[in-house]
Design a protein around this ligand. Sequence first.
Ligand SMILES: NC(=O)C1=CN([C@@H]2O[C@H](COP(=O)(O)OP(=O)(O)OC[C@H]3O[C@@H](n4cnc5c(N)ncnc54)[C@H](O)[C@@H]3O)[C@@H](O)[C@H]2O)[C@@H](O)CC1
Ligand SMILES: [K+]
Length: 517
Amino acid sequence: MIVLKPAEMRAVDKAAIEAGFPGVMLMEIAGRAVADKVVKFIEPGSKVLIFIGKGNNGGDGLVAARYLDTEGYNVQLILLAGEDSLSDSSLMNYRLCKLRSINTLKIDTIGTDYQEVKNLLAACDIVIDAILGTGISGSIRGRAADLIELINNVDKKVLAVDIPSGISGENGSVLGKAVKATWTLTMAYPKPGLLLYPGRKYCGQIGVVDLTVPEKFVLNEGCSHYTLTCSEALDWLPTREKTGHKGSFGKITVIGGSPGMDGAPVLTGLAALKTGAGLVRLAIPGDTLSISSAYSPELITTPLTKSDNNEPDWNIISKVMADSDMIVAGPGFGRSKTSSEVIKKLISTYHKPLLIDADGLNVIDDIKLLKQRKETLILTPHPGEMARLLDEEIKVIQQDRIKIARQFAVDKQLYLVLKGAATIIALPDGKIYINTTGNEGMATAGSGDTLAGIIAGLLSQGLAPEKAVVLGVYLHGLAGDLAVQDTTSYSLMAGDLIDYIPAAIKKLIAGSGGELK
Ligand SMILES: NC(=O)C1=CN([C@@H]2O[C@H](COP(=O)(O)OP(=O)(O)OC[C@H]3O[C@@H](n4cnc5c(N)ncnc54)[C@H](O)[C@@H]3O)[C@@H](O)[C@H]2O)[C@@H](O)CC1
Ligand SMILES: [K+]
């Protein structure tokens, strides 16, 4: 699904309006959808308190007020602007509200103790937040900040129109104060700020309203941000040929492991098998091999080093390279001379898809090598590994994850998965996917190893790299979301993620995956 930044959304709206879609009609569709959402959850007769800002976000709230009044709700408006400062479409709707005698409390009559607002908040059944939408600039000004705090101080259901007021649609930051919503109904397309933290925490459940503007207006204006929905994820899931054999579902080699880190490549290998790979081989340094190979009978193992001196065995490595459809390198590999030499060799001489994770990333000392590689390269760093690759501090990476991920992916022409809450996937053509699945329980040792395995499992079944990385991240998060329901976020472990891959796939097939949670 396309995700639009506020400026992109405005450009699309402008183009649609110029082409003949009346702005007032778009507002009507938006407000009607807000009213429908209230009708779905609360009975007629209930008290609906609607906060109206002076922009078009407020206009959406005024349309909702008209419909809810028509349908027998007890509607009360709190108008945060003088009538004369409302936009034309909003003013028209405000007048229609007045014609219906909808109760209105105006900002200039609200005392500085806000007692009347507090009373209305205490008595209402639901709050609609139509204070500010994507037109916000800078930190919340004026009395809007006080009202947002009052809304957050009562324990009521809150429906945010388009975006919780105070959240930046651009990047999800809190601009001073922001409404904590139960639901957010976003207009036309989700905005990055709804999907990125901290904004995402403020949105509650997100729904998207179809404003009936054809997608060609978006495509004409250009877009670069996306998020995968459940139905798209199902479309992308590789189909399994009835007559397929293990060769047709791909042979993966996982290169990694080191003393004390013998389980990491096993997690990657098992996750790949559970996702559907035909065959997984682990190539492990000799001193660790017997431990890793003891974990699971489904995994084939090969020694990566010579038995006498534990140096890389280049003959075996060449055979492994020739015999694999793709390689995952790095899980538990340690930062030894062996791992550094092997990773370098793979980057420069392995001509099939290569995924580098964990210590495989930590031993790359010359990032120019990455750029020289022509074949598919996928990197899956967490912020610490990304910081190391760029020789930056983690906080610099976290300040603008999308920009950093995109620059790296485009410059080095690779697929970059920057892990973390709301994982960012940057493609070599500059496209960005923001992932919506996953939870804090997944911040646990080995979780990244399983992600590498899931992506490899999809790629080895023939999925294009772009789809394998995006769907892999989605499935990994979905497995985590299903696992956490049984384990709690305290007890979730990487092995649980593997155990729940089948449930995640089943959920996709049943069409009930985490659609914009
Ligand atoms: N054609 C369109 O553009 C459509 C827009 N829609 C709605 O319109 C919204 C965007 O409308 P607008 O562009 O009018 O923007 P907003 O409704 O977000 O409000 C902008 C107004 O808020 C004030 N403001 C800006 N920053 C502020 C701050 N930091 N503190 C206090 N006040 C501040 C400004 O005076 C400005 O006039 C969307 O979020 C959506 O809800 C929908 O009606 C559908 C169609
Ligand atoms: K809002």
